[in-house]
Design a protein around this ligand. Structure first.
Ligand SMILES: [Zn+2]
Length: 270
């Protein structure tokens, strides 16, 4: 069984200390997939200075030279991998970035080229801001052969371009739903990769304020029993002592299972 970690929102506003604080005792055990925003626009959240909440300025990652050096160093030490997490991570009146931006194609191709060039890494995964993706957003992402990591199962055939495998994947998910005694509205994370013509998708289990160890263990046990894999998704900027404790205890629990292998998120798609 493969177990991975994804961490969202590394961007211009991230101080190396913030990543260090959460992951210094984790990433030698489990490499962390940093879902990174190339040209972040500020918004109201902890860790973003107030003057950037409404400025609308897009700030290139490489204007934070200290962070860029740090991320490169982490990558060389195999402690992290890098995924593309939107382009500016801004919200539009009509929805989140990859639902409502007028130019998702440009955002993917420029964002991808920029991250590869700036951080000197390969990038194979896209994480949609707010886990939201329109049909056009999905097409822009898959055109570059990027795989998708989401935080919930957004599998609605109506939300995706039609292709031959859509029906087969829909059927797989339904079968899992029935087998686990769930109804149409019960939430779950499908523990296997769904493969399409030019990309693949995998759902993550969120670690957010309020998430308990018991919830993660239940999801993990279910995935393990089914023969599937597991990816934990969080945001470094909301990991406090309580969440850190949940994360550590969850990883200890997983490590006690002899068949578990901690991997970089990219390996979930191998
Ligand atoms: Zn985000």
């Amino acid at each position: 069984m493969k177990v991975a970690i994804r961490d969202d929102d590394t961007c211009y506003f991230t101080a190396p200390d913030e990543l260090e604080r959460v992951y210094a005792d984790i990433w030698d055990r489990v490499p962390v997939c940093l879902a990174t925003v190339p040209f972040a626009i500020g918004y109201e959240r902890h860790g973003i200075p107030r003057e950037h909440w409404h400025s609308g300025d897009a700030l290139p990652l490489d204007c934070n030279a200290e962070l860029v050096d740090y991320v490169k160093q982490l990558h060389r030490a195999n402690r992290i991998t890098v995924a593309l997490h939107g382009y500016t991570h801004e919200d539009f009146p009509g929805g989140f970035e990859f639902q409502a931006a007028p130019d998702p194609e440009r955002r993917v191709s420029e964002g991808l080229a920029y991250l590869r060039r700036t951080l000197d890494v390969s990038v194979g995964i896209f994480v949609p801001p707010h886990n939201a993706l329109s049909k056009r957003g999905l097409a822009a992402v898959t055109r570059h052969g990027l795989n998708l990591l989401g935080s919930f199962l957004s599998f609605r055939p109506s939300m995706r371009p039609w292709e031959l495998r859509t029906l087969g994947n829909w059927w797989r998910v339904q079968r899992f739903r029935t087998r686990t005694g769930r109804g149409r509205r019960d939430r779950f994370v499908y523990p296997f990769v769904l493969r399409y013509g030019s990309h693949a998708e995998f759902g993550c289990h969120s670690l957010v304020p309020g998430t308990t160890l018991a919830e993660l263990v239940t999801g993990f046990d279910e995935a393990r029993k089914a023969g599937g894999d597991f990816c934990l998704a969080t945001h470094y900027w909301e990991v406090d002592q309580t969440l850190k404790d949940v994360m550590r205890r969850f990883l200890d629990y997983a490590a006690r299972c002899g068949d578990v292998r901690f991997v970089a998120a990219e390996e979930l798609f191998a």
